[in-house]
Ligand binder design. Structure first.
Ligand SMILES: [Zn+2]
Length: 190
């Protein structure tokens, strides 16, 4: 980012100065609270690298600076960190699985391959209307009854994904306590 020579994908100076996380929260119409660490405008270009091999390293760095610290400081009840739709991409990793993995701590355990989209619909860059008309059609791949759950995604835009995932978890008798994302963005809805 600053063109200093570095063996890391992003040098330490940039990690500490430019990528300082700033926790924000949004409350969805269901009441579910979603915590985010970055404004999408600030890290959007970096996140777009998720569609490449480099994305693996960039997501790990961003997660280490934000979700990992959040998890280390978590002193509430035991939680399962469930990544939303953590299918492996063509580049050999899942971005939401990386984020959940970073939250692994004394009280938080990642639970992979649990809630997967059946429709294969991707919301990135799509309008609210598109999101409302095309459901992700999540399927639960394991029993999550009586588990306290934090839902993990990379970006929150309209909240449609979280609302659909939250409903699915509740239908499976799990307890979605809150959601967490790397970045938050606002979509113009009209
Ligand atoms: Zn730098």
């Amino acid at each position: 980012m600053c063109e200093q020579f570095s063996f890391n994908t992003i040098c330490k100076t940039c990690q500490n100065n430019l990528l300082k996380p700033d926790l924000s929260k949004r409350i969805l119409k269901s009441g579910l609270i979603i915590y985010s660490f970055y404004d999408y405008d600030e890290i959007g270009d970096l996140l777009k690298a998720k569609k490449s091999y480099l994305g693996f390293y960039i997501l790990n760095i961003l997660a280490k600076l934000s979700l990992k610290k959040f998890a280390e400081n978590w002193n509430g009840i035991n939680l399962q960190a469930i990544p939303i739709d953590d299918k492996i991409s063509e580049f050999g990793y899942s971005h939401t699985a990386i984020l959940s993995h970073s939250m692994k701590s004394e009280k938080i355990k990642p639970l992979y391959n649990t809630i997967i989209s059946q429709s294969g619909v991707k919301y990135f860059g799509q309008s609210l209307k598109f999101r409302q008309e095309n459901k992700r059609e999540f399927k639960l791949l394991r029993d999550i009854s009586n588990l306290n759950i934090v839902l993990v995604d990379d970006v929150i835009t309209t909240g449609s994904t979280f609302l659909e995932a939250e409903e699915k978890i509740k239908n499976g008798n799990g307890y979605p306590l809150f959601g967490i994302t790397l970045a938050s963005t606002n979509l113009t809805t009209n």
